[in-house]
Design a protein around this ligand. Structure first.
Ligand code: ADP
Ligand code: MG
Length: 485
């Protein structure tokens, strides 16, 4: 269920069950993917107009009258399993207040069957961790609320929590393009039960905060993140994978009527409108492949979600809508947002890292082996009268002069000492270059050297040396010149 590179964000519609479903206005087509909306011209504007306008939205699925279990299976499972493999994943609910976002993400806490995507995802994570005994997993949770552009750590009350540092909380960019929230507490969890306890604690803090600060919880964004790290138990590999699974319950998307809102409500509406319209802008920019700048940093929400919207992430959006005729305008605007989101492309890749400590250990082992190999080579080289030592300045000058004179034709006799210097210099360069080349040139040298010995016994020393120089010429002479230039 991992999205293929270049595929689009998956978008599903979920409608809240109602006895007054506006069949004449909302039509789910038999393909299970298309929603048509027929809207009468706005009668509130005093114009009597029975003309219908129709819109059609083709998405990835319609969740109408379906159980929480089926919603998890179609929305959450693939993303969760991807996260265990090292792919970042995001499940996000969008829609107007009361349309069922929290019901979809968290569910009815008092009813086990009606639990939502988050508790089911946590259950699946720990079930898989138990099954995959060939890997060691470490799981941490964080729970962030964004209210009126303020970041709130919903797990700050947990015992042993370090508390926010002097700089306060802030979204910060990480090397590699990711983001994290400085000052947000990360809690290690070893079981489903411990994870659920943290979820409930966070939910409770959200509610308490809402009462204490007289804020409306449906007007804040909430991001529960499961941070997963997995290492192979069987391979003593320095490589390991990490992922972030973001479970996002966005604030209600309805545009509050500008008149009539004042004080706290007006302030909330302004912040919500700002963050959601910047979210739409970011999504429009992401969907447009020609744009290379995406305005993530405009609000806390888009900045915090920078690495969770498409890109290197498996993203699924649930657009929650009402089925009633009275909400048709908001439904239409939710569906428009959903279809824009559908144009965002994803290129999920596994987040693979190298453990520096294990890598050093591995390299130390490799150096040890190379040293052993080198000592064997040294013995062989000594036997051939060669040395790995770098050439002295006088030797280099002598080689340069001999090579020049030889190439100019003023020297036709090359002495043995020079030959050995050329050989040892080539040998040395091979050691400096990578091992593959060393093996290759060394084999050639050994072969040629025997040829020279044979040639010496038959055709006399000058011919032999010249033939050696010709055979080695392009490599040896060039290397000597390279080294001395
Ligand atoms: P939101 O978070 O979008 O503001 P909620 O999830 O709080 O909305 O839903 C509002 C009410 O509707 C809650 O009482 C919730 O239990 C109920 N509800 C929403 N969706 C469903 C559904 N699919 N099935 C049953 N009840 C639902
Ligand atoms: Mg809600």
């Amino acid at each position: 269920m991992i999205a293929h590179p270049g595929s689009e964000v998956r978008v599903l519609i979920r409608s809240r069950p109602t006895a007054n479903f506006a069949q004449e206005l909302i039509e789910y087509l038999p393909d299970g993917q298309t929603v048509s909306v027929h809207q009468r011209k706005d009668s509130r504007k005093g114009v009597v107009n029975n003309q219908l306008s129709s819109w059609s939205f083709r998405l990835d699925g319609v969740l109408h009258d379906v159980s929480q279990e089926e919603v998890y299976g179609r929305v959450g499972r693939g993303v969760v399993l991807g996260a265990l493999e090292g792919y970042n994943g995001t499940v996000m609910c969008f829609g107007q207040t009361g349309a069922g976002k929290t019901y979809t993400m968290t569910g009815a806490t008092e009813n086990y069957k009606q639990r939502g995507i988050i508790p089911r995802a946590l259950q699946e994570v720990f079930h898989e961790v138990e099954q995959r005994s060939d890997h060691a997993f470490s799981v941490h949770l964080s729970f962030l609320e964004i209210y009126n552009e303020t970041l709130v750590d919903l797990l700050a009350s947990v015992r042993g929590c370090p508390g926010v540092g002097p700089g306060g909380m802030a979204v910060v960019e990480e090397a590699g393009g990711g983001v994290s929230v400085r000052g947000l507490s990360l809690h290690p969890v070893h079981s489903e039960e411990a994870a659920l306890n943290l979820l409930f604690e966070g939910e409770m803090n959200r509610i308490i905060g809402a009462h204490a600060l007289n804020k409306n919880s449906s007007r804040s964004h909430c991001i529960l993140t499961v941070h997963i790290e997995s290492r192979s138990r069987t391979l003593s590999d320095a490589k390991y994978v990490t992922s972030k699974l973001n479970l996002v319950d966005l604030a209600g998307s309805e545009r509050l009527g500008k008149t009539g809102s004042e004080g706290q409500v007006l302030k909330e509406a302004m912040y919500i409108n700002k963050s959601l319209s910047f979210l739409e802008q970011a999504i429009l920019a992401l969907a447009d492949r020609r744009r290379d700048h995406v305005p993530f940093r405009q609000t806390k929400l888009t900045h915090a979600l920078k690495d969770s919207l498409g890109g290197n992430c498996n993203t699924v959006l649930v657009a929650n809508i009402y089925g009633e005729a009275s909400q048709i305008e908001e439904t239409l605007s939710t569906l428009r947002f959903a279809s824009r989101m559908k144009c965002v492309q994803m290129d999920p890749v596994v987040n693979e890292h190298t453990d520096p400590v294990l890598q050093v250990r591995k390299l130390e082992k490799e150096i040890q082996l190379l040293k052993q190999e080198l000592s064997i080579h040294n013995t062989l080289a000594n036997r051939m009268g060669m040395s790995y030592d770098t050439l002295s300045e006088t030797q280099v000058a002598e080689i340069q002069s001999q090579v020049r004179r030889y190439l100019e034709g003023s020297l036709d006799e090359i002495n043995d000492q020079f030959m050995l210097l050329v050989l040892s210099s080539v040998w040395h360069m091979c050691c400096v270059l990578n091992r593959q080349q060393e093996q290759k040139v060394k084999a050639q040298l050994c072969q040629n050297y025997t040829l020279v010995e044979k040639a010496q016994s038959t055709a006399g020393s000058t011919a032999a040396k010249v033939s050696l120089c010709l055979m080695l010429g392009p490599v040896a002479i060039k290397m000597v010149l390279l080294q001395t230039s």
